[in-house]
Design a protein around this ligand. Sequence first.
Ligand SMILES: CC(C)(COP(=O)(O)OP(=O)(O)OC[C@H]1O[C@@H](n2cnc3c(N)ncnc32)[C@H](O)[C@@H]1OP(=O)(O)O)[C@@H](O)C(=O)NCCC(=O)NCCS
Length: 163
Amino acid sequence: MKVRQATSRDVENIMNIYNQGIEDRVATLETEPKNQVYMEEWFKQLEGRYKVIVAEEEGTVKGWASLNPYNNRCAYSGVADLSVYIARDSRGKGIGGLLLTAIDEVARQNGFHKIVLFTFPFNQLGQRLYHKAGYREVGTFKNQGILDGEFVDVMSMEKILIN
Ligand SMILES: CC(C)(COP(=O)(O)OP(=O)(O)OC[C@H]1O[C@@H](n2cnc3c(N)ncnc32)[C@H](O)[C@@H]1OP(=O)(O)O)[C@@H](O)C(=O)NCCC(=O)NCCS
């Protein structure tokens, strides 16, 4: 398994994996699958300090992670928001762990001192992964989002990279 920075040629694979996460209703408040145009725009906006990395095996992308803008106030410029998605048939095999280890270094190299993430408390694989990767639970927003017409809680977590 190789982890590398994503290129525009990866966008379609990234989209397919993201859409599986959307469909499974475990990862995001998004409910509609994304198309190529949307994802290309997303990818363009993540250039600069905001990186996307992929885990690839024998030329096939199995998962990806990104550092997204957290807040555009300059006081928060050292904080990145994390996304991580693994292809459905490749979950629970350590790929998420590999990506989170790699993204810490990418974040440090790009001047981030901290990563935050927002996750559903019922996303067990995610919870396990984040705790193992050194993320701390900050707290849970009750009835924070609406997913398929129902309120859902959203947990925030953080990892300090540089004190
Ligand atoms: C959440 C997600 C990123 C985790 O990545 P992953 O590659 O599946 O996770 P890993 O295999 O690296 O690690 C998960 C941990 O859960 C364990 N695990 C594996 N299968 C499990 C299962 N069925 N139930 C509970 N834990 C399990 C793993 O063993 C590992 O713990 P360990 O290292 O102590 O053994 C991935 O499952 C995913 O993409 N899910 C859908 C999208 C999503 O939820 N994204 C996160 C949005 S917040």
